[in-house]
Design a protein around this ligand. Structure first.
Ligand code: XUL
Ligand code: CO
Length: 443
């Protein structure tokens, strides 16, 4: 097998470029359904799916959880923080290139060492960003989005932009400003705000109105700075209802969209929808995607899945093809992901300790979305489901229903029509639709 690495050494030894071998392959390190150059609906799978690897889960999180220590050994680890960051970058670009994902995403402190000194923080970050740029140019891997970690450091325990202490906002701004500078250097497609602790723990000590307004102002000045320095991509808000806060201001897609509009950010901001965040909010992945599409607000996707028996954000790699099919159907009806992508904000389980497991986890996620794409394509090409949905609304496609949709019927006229109307019990055909989906999936 050919060796492949960037920098000085190969970290994922014995693993070459991941190839498509088809559904009959028994090679765990091969794609069964993701065939990047295969054309589906006039576009390659690669261009439809726009996969991205998340730096934080794949190259930083080492299996530590609230109950136990690290379980994963990273051969790129180094005691010197800057050398550690360079090694990690080389490991990341080797991995992403071998996997064949076109994009990656990171938080500032995933890629570059944090520091109590703001001058050192900025210096480190700009130096590592220059190295990332070199690796991007060498490999062709591109930046889907970056973001700033405004939730791990103790100073952010009461929030960042929504912190009741004004002095915290400045340090948060420094991180966002530097991340935007780095984004422009690296040609990023997007910039994400996930409001980890932008919320509250108890209303007894929180002025929610004031905090929400502070968040609106913070995002507006970040937008203004980004546009000033030439950031042409999309800003994303990533909704999540809770965890680590009891209640997060960007609860779900509908809440985030209302917020974006209230603060006049709709020309620059869209949503980054994460499956496990939607389920934590009591919705389905499909629900939050659909809410975004209905409002022209689908920006990007954090591709993962939760566990129905656990309430929390388990961030598992997506394998549920029923969910990926529904997601891809909604995305295709949206005309695709545009400059967003499917970013694997997902982690292998704590006891999946081999480096090969990192490949296997991503391969499974990519195959699950490829299957979802292929099935969604079958559903659209056949047209039966769309026709059934459309026919439910037939009464709005003719007669007074058309006038109503045009806003030409007032309440008195509508009540008049009501005097004569004789509604029938029309079946919603839900079971038939579920049966059809299984046929598309498995035949
Ligand atoms: C946390 C989460 C974050 C964001 C980026 O639940 O999803 O990793 O995606 O800050
Ligand atoms: Co996420």
């Amino acid at each position: 097998m050919d060796t492949y690495f960037v920098g000085n050494q190969e970290y994922f030894k014995g693993i070459g470029k991941i190839a498509y071998e088809g559904p009959k392959s028994d090679n765990p390190l091969a794609f069964k359904f993701y065939d990047p150059k295969k054309i589906v609906r006039g576009k390659t799978m690669e261009d439809h799916l726009r996969f991205s690897v998340a730096y934080w889960h794949s190259f930083c999180a080492d299996g530590t959880d609230p109950f136990g220590k690290a379980t994963m050994h990273f051969p790129w680890k180094h005691d010197d923080p800057m050398q550690n960051a360079r090694n990690k970058a080389e490991a990341a670009f080797e991995f992403i290139t071998k996997l064949g994902a076109p994009f990656y995403a990171f938080h500032d402190v995933d890629a570059s060492p944090d520091s109590e000194s703001s001058a050192e923080y900025e210096k480190n970050y700009l130096e590592i960003a220059a190295y990332l740029k070199r690796l991007q140019d060498e490999t062709g891997v591109r930046l889907l989005w970056n973001t700033s970690n405004l939730f791990s450091h103790p100073r952010y325990m009461n929030g960042a932009a929504t912190n009741p202490d004004f002095s915290v906002l400045g340090r948060a701004a420094l991180q966002v400003k530097t991340s935007l500078d780095v984004n422009v250097m690296l040609g990023g497609s997007g910039y994400t705000f996930w409001g980890g602790r932008e919320g509250y723990m108890t209303l007894w000590n929180t002025d929610t109105k004031r905090e929400e307004e502070h968040l609106g102002t913070f995002l507006r000045i970040a937008r203004d700075y980004g546009r000033k320095i030439g950031f042409k991509g999309t800003f994303y808000i990533e909704p999540k209802p809770m965890e680590p806060s009891k209640h997060q201001y960007d609860f779900d897609a509908a809440t985030a969209i209302a917020f974006i509009r209230k603060y006049g950010l709709e020309n620059d901001f869209k949503c980054n929808i994460e499956n496990n965040h939607a389920t934590l909010a009591g919705h389905s992945f499909a629900h939050d995607l659909q809410v975004c599409v209905d409002n022209g607000m689908l920006g990007s996707v954090d591709a993962n899945q939760g566990d129905a028996q656990n309430g929390w954000d388990t961030d598992e790699f997506p394998t549920n093809v029923y969910e990926t099919t529904e997601a891809m159907l909604i995305i295709l009806r949206n005309g695709g992901l545009h400059n967003g992508g499917l970013n694997f904000d997902a982690k292998r389980r704590r006891n999946s300790t081999e480096l090969a497991d990192l490949f296997i986890a991503h391969i499974g996620g990519m195959d699950a979305f490829a299957l979802g794409l292929l099935t969604a394509d079958k559903i659209l090409a056949d047209g039966k489901i769309d026709a059934m949905k459309k026919s439910r609304y037939a009464s709005f496609d003719g007669g007074d229903g058309v006038l109503y949709e045009k806003g030409l019927i007032d309440l008195v006229k509508l009540a008049d029509l009501g005097r004569k109307a004789q509604p029938k019990d029309i079946s919603g055909k839900q079971e038939l639709l579920y049966n059809l989906v299984n046929q598309y999936l498995f035949s």
